[in-house]
Design a protein around this ligand. Structure first.
Ligand SMILES: NC(=O)c1ccc[n+]([C@@H]2O[C@H](COP(=O)([O-])OP(=O)(O)OC[C@H]3O[C@@H](n4cnc5c(N)ncnc54)[C@H](O)[C@@H]3O)[C@@H](O)[C@H]2O)c1
Ligand SMILES: [Zn+2]
Length: 355
């Protein structure tokens, strides 16, 4: 598969990982660092080493896994390790992990000594199809996600779908929500192709390629989210509010993709009400998400709380709740402002669905 081209770098599809050598030979790097979390240290690092036996001369940095560790404190830990191992400006960091590792590692690299090179090797479906391209790096601060960060492009992104073999099914399905989203906002045929699968584990390398291609095209056209890039936020206004609520209130809280799957159902309802998304498209979108994600019980009486979370979303301008909504399968509009009452109705639409 030929690499996907971004502005200054390529996205390689390379289970052999030989493209790592290609990147490392481009410059004379003084030192090589590999960042993992505990899980990718256990599951992905041995594969990395097996495929790259010649690459022995690197220092390993490990952080604990989980979104709660995507913080400036762990970033300081990474900077300290770089300092301790005497990284200079010609050092390179290879981020081997899910979106937490690629976001935080990218941020640490983009700020250390005003920026050192880094390579992204995303190992979850979500990070391969979403976090891998677009140049956003960052950490969370006091429960606000990705509030500290930079736009910095890596030297390369390497997609090795073999890593997905050890990813658990729930994480795989969560990432699949973003793949379906790419179909809804940009390509109706792709939407139909992937929603015809039985489950997320059946996704092929070609379909992952296609999904990244969609995101790549959008971020190339609008790197700093002035317009078109906002379409990638479809499902995320309501989805993000539910995700935050669930994190605080549920014992077994929703994963990001699970929350935005729910968000996409509610927002597709808004799209039907406001911008004429055909009823048949709404039904297709709804039944597809229910098939892969089942149904979550949105507790009665939390509507106002959810609305408050939506109003505080960093993407809003002057307190109005903005949405990106499809007007038909395969096309998405943005900057659509919706009345609070209708948002409440969309939650009731979701509640009324039967499996
Ligand atoms: N930069 C962007 O544009 C962008 C886009 C989307 C999401 N993100 C960020 O990505 C993060 C979510 O990414 P994620 O879903 O990959 O989460 P994650 O990095 O927390 O990974 C999920 C879990 O899977 C484990 N894991 C990773 N790869 C594995 C493998 N191959 N086998 C077994 N276990 C593995 C991880 O250790 C972790 O426990 C969020 O912080 C989000 O903000 C960034
Ligand atoms: Zn998302």
């Amino acid at each position: 598969m030929k690499p996907i081209e971004n502005s200054s770098y390529q996205v390689f599809f390379d289970n052999s990982l030989q493209s790592v050598h290609q990147i490392l030979s481009k410059k004379k790097y003084s030192k090589i660092f590999v960042l993992t979390d505990e899980m990718t240290g256990q599951y992905c690092l041995p594969v990395f080493q097996e495929k790259l036996p010649e690459l022995t001369d690197f220092d390993l940095i490990e952080v604990p896994n989980g979104e709660e560790n995507k913080t400036i404190d762990f970033c300081i830990g990474i900077w300290q390790m770089l300092l301790e191992f005497e990284a200079d400006r010609n050092a390179i960091l290879i981020n081997l992990g899910g979106g937490v590792v690629t976001d935080m590692g990218g941020f640490a690299a983009s700020t250390f000594k005003r920026g050192i090179d880094f390579i992204q090797i995303p190992t979850t479906l979500l990070s391969q199809v979403d976090a891998s391209v677009g140049g956003k790096t960052g950490v969370d601060l006091s429960d606000v996600k990705n509030i500290i960060g930079t736009f910095t492009q890596p030297e390369a992104v390497i997609i090795a779908t073999d890593f997905l073999k050890t990813l658990d099914e729930r994480q795989m399905t969560s990432g699949f929500a973003e793949v379906i989203k790419h179909g809804i906002i940009a390509n109706a045929d792709f939407f139909k192709e992937i929603t015809a699968l039985e489950n997320a584990n059946e996704i092929t390398e070609k379909q992952i390629y296609h999904s990244i291609g969609i995101k790549n095209k959008v971020v190339l056209e609008d790197p700093f989210e002035k317009g078109l890039r906002k379409t990638l936020n479809f499902g995320h206004t309501i989805g993000h509010a539910i995700e935050s609520w669930s994190l605080k209130n549920d014992k077994n809280s929703l994963l990001h993709g699970e929350a935005i799957a729910l968000g996409m159902i509610c927002e597709a309802y808004l799209a039907k009400e406001i911008i004429g998304l055909p009823e048949s498209d709404l039904e297709l979108i709804t039944s597809s998400f229910l098939k892969f994600f089942g149904k979550y019980k949105i507790r009665q009486g939390i509507e106002q709380e959810l609305l408050e979370i939506m109003k505080n979303d960093k993407k809003n301008v002057s307190g109005k709740i903005g949405f990106s909504l499809p007007d038909k399968l395969g096309n998405c509009l943005f900057d659509i402002f919706v009345e609070e009452n209708l948002i409440k109705k969309s939650l009731n639409y979701y509640r009324s669905l039967e499996l």
